[in-house]
Design a protein around this ligand. Structure first.
Ligand code: BV8
Length: 245
């Protein structure tokens, strides 16, 4: 399977939890979609947060803690190199919240589902801010600006939960890239089970425009038949070879 980065093609890339697996970050499937007996969709949801913010903060505090010492792998680096080579004809959309693409040097990144190391207020319009704090169990952080204005307001992770809309600017950036690419658009999905929308629908957006589609994944995902070319294997090994040309 080859994917040459020629002088005219536009490459839209989608990554999921699988590209970070070789960095030691567990995927959702590894955990069978569960966390301490909770369905991830329950914990990673506004209803779950409203019902039990302490449990949700413990889920994310543990994921923040587990990122200590985690570094990008060869798969992340291969994508950063590809971006260097074709610049504004490259766009990386990630479902991941681990920040490893930026850590590998990728700059043209759309974090579709937010970022684990950012928080935002549930009440005021203070912009989301970097927050690497591993809040202790039983602690749900409160907004300092709201407290100064005399009200109690919970902070939440700046993450898109199930049932929440993807940020408008993220979707607009993807749409603008797809429009600019026209007939030169190609699509590469890496390390995703293709189950979560709207990310899982991107391959169909490209196919509808006649674009060629590639998949690199450890196993055949639900939407494998949507791809013209499929390489089954670890992203850290397959991607550097695939993108070398
Ligand atoms: C929205 C942040 C409008 C949280 C996440 C019914 C049908 C269709 C859609 C829906 C439906 N009901 C509701 C919906 C919409 C819903 C959805 O798609 N649900 C699914 C579960 C059916 N989507 C939403 O709610 C989205 N918003 O649609 O708004 C709307 C609003 C209301 C109602 C309807 C519509 C928002 C979705 C965002 C959710 N937030 N993350 C957090 O991370 O804590 S999604 C979460 O799931 C992560 O982002 C994660 O990335 C993703 C899981 O997917 P993958 O990344 O693919 O990970 P997974 O573990 O599943 O797979 C890993 C793959 O890697 C595997 O295939 C494995 O083989 C492979 N792999 C492993 N190791 C390697 C490897 N590959 C290569 N190399 C390796 N080494």
């Amino acid at each position: 399977m080859t994917l040459s980065l020629d002088s005219s093609s536009y490459l839209l890339v989608l990554t999921g939890a699988g590209i970070s697996a070789e960095s030691g970050v567990p995927t959702f499937r590894d955990a069978n979609g569960l966390w301490e007996g909770h369905a991830v969709e329950e914990v990673a949801s506004p209803e779950g947060f409203a019902r039990d913010p302490l449990t949700v903060w413990r889920f994310y505090a543990e994921r923040r803690a587990s990122m200590a010492g985690v570094v990008p792998n060869a798969g992340h680096r291969a994508l950063a190199d590809a971006e260097q080579r074709i610049s504004d004809r490259f766009l990386l959309v990630t479902q991941n919240i681990d920040g490893l693409h930026a850590a590998a040097g990728s700059q043209r990144v759309v974090e579709l589902h937010g970022n684990l190391m950012r928080s935002r207020c549930t009440v005021c319009d203070r912009p989301p801010f970097e927050d690497r704090t591993v809040y202790r169990p039983g602690v749900a952080p409160m907004c300092g600006r709201c407290r100064a204005e005399g009200r109690d307001a919970l902070l939440r992770p700046d993450i898109v939960w199930f049932g929440e809309l993807i940020p408008r600017d993220a979707m607009a950036r993807i749409a603008a890239f797809v429009d600019a690419a026209g007939a030169q658009l190609r699509f590469l999905a890496v390390g995703t089970s293709g189950l979560v929308y709207p990310a899982a629908g991107l391959v169909d957006v490209v196919r509808a425009r006649g674009g060629r589609t590639w998949l690199v994944n450890a196993e055949r995902p639900a939407n494998v038949d949507s791809f013209d070319e499929v390489a089954i294997g670890p992203a850290g090994t397959v991607l550097p070879a695939l993108l070398a040309g």
